[in-house]
Design a protein around this ligand. Structure first.
Ligand code: PMP
Length: 391
């Protein structure tokens, strides 16, 4: 069919410069070992931090919910699609996060978009870390608020932006809790201190910290002992929680406001019963099986140490996200391909997702990996690096 030639041209350009990416389907379920292109490999690219995608309690809860409540809900939340289980889960989440209220959205992406686009007007300003996630950037693009960017985790730069913002009604500082490409943690105590000094609100996107940092995986705010001092905590239910969705844990006022004005909440159908029931079971697992989080951190330490001993540059990570810095874009992809040959699936991440010349193979260990599997992966890293003369 004609009409898309201009798009095809751009795709051809991407193919020519090596940035065109094929989707890589898993032929097995998600887990520490997966089958790709008929080959069993060690999975080091998922966000399934605690291995909950395949946890028996989540699967059982989902199956029972389908039997009792069906496969879908048939409506948006504000018309006929709120089930008692949706509200029950939100109460549980709020209690877990030590906040007044919580509201679930269809995904982490739409949570950021919905919160940012609805709560700010042209009287307000949003001040955002330059490396925040795309969903924060898109949410900001949708507001009429003033927009200011501060240098990555640079508190002097943040303070300058706050000083320039005194005339605005609401000043909202927004940051990722854990940055997804480098695995570093935002300096939240300093951010909160500046916010309190300048009368600003703070919003944290805890996509990579929920289920990972803090008591029982309560996130970055709890990790730093800042409960009650951060106004908006966004999280995802699709990474450590193992299912799908996003949530905002906040005040009753913001929750009520979002129910009326948060467009992705208002105009998109609610989660199927299986999703909500599995998410609820996941919170129970966080509370009752904290050993999973201990295992995640043991594995993280083991793998980071192993990579460092081999001589790899693993950047500034403080979390289970460990980038193996390569630099050159095409070498990064070749290294990832070589790892695959050696039995490891670890995707290369290059410009424009990260800055030019900062290509890296991003690894994420999970609680599900055995130390034998991680040792095997380290051998593969060593072998692939020797083949390509990286070390
Ligand atoms: N925020 C951050 C920091 C993320 O890494 C992601 C997932 N890539 C999201 C938000 C979006 O979450 P979800 O996948 O649930 O839409």
């Amino acid at each position: 069919m004609k009409g898309f030639e201009y798009l095809q041209q751009e795709l051809d350009q991407m193919k020519a410069n090596g940035t065109f990416r094929e989707l890589i389907p898993l032929e097995s379920k998600q887990g520490s070992r997966v089958t790709i292109k008929g080959k069993e490999v060690i999975q080091l690219s998922s966000n399934n931090y605690l291995g909950l995608t395949d946890h028996p309690r989540l699967k059982e809860a989902a199956l029972q919910a389908i039997e009792r409540y069906g496969a879908g809900t048939g409506s948006v939340r504000t018309i006929a699609g709120t089930l008692t289980m949706h509200e029950q889960f939100e109460h549980k989440l709020a209690k877990f996060k030590h906040t007044e209220a919580a509201l679930v959205f269809q995904s982490g992406f739409t949570t950021n978009q919905g919160v940012l686009s609805s709560m700010l007007t042209d009287q307000d300003v949003v001040i955002s870390d330059e490396l925040n996630h795309a969903s924060i950037i898109d949410g900001i693009r949708l507001t009429k608020a003033g927009r200011k960017i501060y240098k990555h985790v640079d508190m002097q730069s943040l303070e300058e932006r706050l000083r320039e913002s005194e005339s605005y009604r609401t000043k909202l500082i927004v940051t990722d809790g854990v940055f997804s490409m480098d695995g570093n943690i935002a300096p939240l105590p300093e951010i909160v201190e500046l916010a309190e000094r300048y009368g600003a609100l703070v919003m944290v996107d805890d996509a990579h910290a929920s289920g990972v940092l803090g008591d029982n995986g309560r996130g970055t705010v709890n990790h730093f002992g800042l409960d009650g001092r951060v106004h908006i905590q966004v999280g995802t239910l699709s990474k450590a929680i193992g299912v799908l969705g996003g949530y905002v844990a906040t005040t009753q006022t913001l929750k009520d406001y979002l129910i009326h004005k948060g467009r992705p909440f208002l105009f998109s159908t609610s989660h199927p019963p299986a999703v909500t029931a599995a998410c609820e079971a996941a919170i129970d697992v966080l509370l009752e099986e904290p050993e999973l989080i201990d295992k995640l951190w043991d594995n993280t330490k083991f793998f980071k140490q192993g990579l460092e001993q081999l001589g790899f540059d693993i950047g500034i990570s403080k979390t289970p996200i460990t980038p193996v810095m390569i630099g050159d874009e095409s070498l990064t992809h070749r290294f990832s391909d070589e790892l695959f040959k050696e039995g490891v699936f670890a995707q290369g991440i290059v410009y424009p997702t990260v800055q030019k010349g900062q290509g890296r193979v991003r690894t994420i260990v999970t609680a599900e990996h055995s130390q034998e599997a991680l040792q095997e992966a380290l051998h593969a890293f060593e072998k692939a690096a020797k083949t390509l003369n990286i070390l």
